[in-house]
Design a protein around this ligand. Structure first.
Ligand code: UDX
Length: 451
């Protein structure tokens, strides 16, 4: 089995490497020469735990190749995956398919014999049919090409594991022959009894958007419930735990915080609303989610300002975490990129730390003082704000932080510290959806009164 992966971005690189781990001969192709040169040297352009070792292992085993030359690999491939970017168009937020269309045309011109072309990029409903039409127009007369949709559900920071142990594999195709090829590609998972949903391309494309939009909705829902908890003295963590114990709701994605970010949720929710408008099936719930999440990030800056007594003018504010979540250097739509500029506009000087994302964030932010040691954000600070819940922030010596600060104010947007303990250390402590003075402690077994 030979496979070509077009695009060595996040999805292409992780998927291609994991397919090689399945024992398939994989060629990853990218137009950017520098990227391919670096990959050949084992330099991984993204921070993704476990990926570097896996790439090295597969290259050494001779199953994973990198090239800028599409021709050779496509000619010999049983399946060609399109994993190029689909950024939102600036004009209307709709997913821009120009790279997908260009890749489809190039593949069609090169493919020989029977080839399955698979859209792995997140693409709006109807794209597989468009790709089919492009291929029909440009393919060699003798070539037989089937088109499939096979969305990914990889979380950054956990992508390798998500690929190897997925909740399900979705294959959208009208062709039994193409479905058989993809079942073969995913054989190790098939043997593991990973559920396979084999459906039409349209359904497969909608599954991806529906999954992400649902998760984004769940987060936004709990964020609004957190506001209600704050207004009424209730505790959102207890609410989340209790509703999550209902099997119909489930406990995941109920952590209240500063709003979702990342490369998928913001882009996919927006694209879904656009598709809904276009097909006259408005997605009003998701439209509200998009709006609420945008406001959420702004409200987080206002929360810091309120915690500082209504003004941050001339204040020194320490920010812990700028990545949109831990274990990634990705800052796309990260709450920190909204919060920090708003604090600066209000007159604050921001000192920030992130274990991995400083370089990426620095491209989008101005006048931030970066520090290498998380403790340094607190030195002489008027407030410290935890925006990303990196593990290394969970075990900080908070007494030391308190000692270094000019005024002991802590805004914990990820609820990683306990309100009563922070109060004991002298902090004015603000968290999300939890009463300042918390009489309850959440223990492994359930909820327990703390005397
Ligand atoms: C997501 C999907 O999980 C994945 O299946 C899809 O293919 C790509 O998009 P990712 O963007 O990597 O993955 O991160 P994820 O862990 O899902 O978190 C997304 C955002 O939601 C982050 O900003 C995170 O902080 C936030 N989040 C998540 C919450 O605020 N609360 C939660 O309970 C969960």
């Amino acid at each position: 089995m030979r496979l070509t992966m077009v695009g060595t971005g996040y999805v292409g690189l992780v998927s291609g490497t994991c397919f090689a781990e399945f024992g398939i001969d994989v060629t990853c192709v990218d137009k950017i020469e520098d990227k391919i040169t670096r990959l050949k040297k084992g330099e991984i352009p993204i921070f993704e735990p476990g990926l570097e070792d896996l790439v090295a292992k597969q290259v050494k085993a001779g199953r994973l190749h990198f090239t800028t030359d599409l021709a050779d690999s496509v000619k010999n491939a049983d399946a060609v995956f399109i994993a190029v970017g689909t950024p939102p168009r600036e004009s209307d937020g709709h997913a821009d398919l120009k790279y997908v269309h260009a890749a489809a045309k190039e593949i069609a011109e090169l493919a020989e014999g029977y080839t399955v072309v698979v859209t792995k990029s997140t693409v709006p409903v109807g794209t597989a049919r468009e790709v089919e039409a492009i291929i029909a127009k440009h393919k060699k007369p003798d070539a037989i090409i089937d088109v499939c949709s096979n969305p990914e559900f990889l979380r950054e920071g956990a992508a390798v594991n998500d690929f190897m142990r997925p909740d399900r594999v979705v294959i959208g195709t009208d062709s039994d022959r193409a479905a058989a090829v993809l079942k073969e590609v995913y054989r190790p998972l098939y043997i593991n009894e990973t559920p396979m949903v084999i459906t039409t391309p349209e359904t497969s494309e909608i599954i991806k958007y529906a999954a992400n939009a649902f998760l984004a909705t769940k987060i936004t829902f709990i964020n609004e419930i957190a506001n209600l908890c704050e207004a009424s003295g209730a505790n959102v963590q207890h609410v989340a735990k209790a509703i999550g114990l209902d099997g119909r709701i489930g406990s995941k994605f109920l952590h209240a915080g500063p709003g979702y970010g990342g490369s998928c949720f913001p882009k996919d929710t927006l694209a879904l609303t656009q598709t809904g408008q276009l097909l006259n099936a408005p997605q009003t719930i998701v439209e509200a989610v998009v709006e609420a999440n945008k406001n959420r990030q702004i409200q987080m800056a206002e929360r810091v300002i309120a915690a500082c007594g209504g003004s941050v003018k001339g204040m020194k504010i320490g920010v812990l975490g700028v990545a949109f979540k831990p274990n990634t250097d990705d800052v796309r739509d990260a709450p920190a990129l909204t919060i920090i500029p708003l604090l600066q506009e209000a007159g604050a000087h921001v000192i920030a730390h992130d274990p991995e994302a400083q370089e990426e964030a620095d491209k989008h932010l101005k006048n931030v003082t970066w520090v290498e040691n998380p403790y340094d954000v607190s030195s002489d600070a008027d407030a410290v704000v935890i925006v990303t819940e990196w593990n290394e922030y969970r075990g900080l010596n908070m007494a030391k932080i308190a000692d270094q600060m000019k005024v002991k104010r802590l805004v914990d947007m990820r609820n990683i510290y306990k309100p009563d303990l922070m109060r004991e250390l002298g902090f004015h402590y603000v968290s999300i959806g939890r009463p300042d003075v918390d009489a309850q402690d959440q223990t492994q077994g359930g909820l327990k009164k703390v005397s």
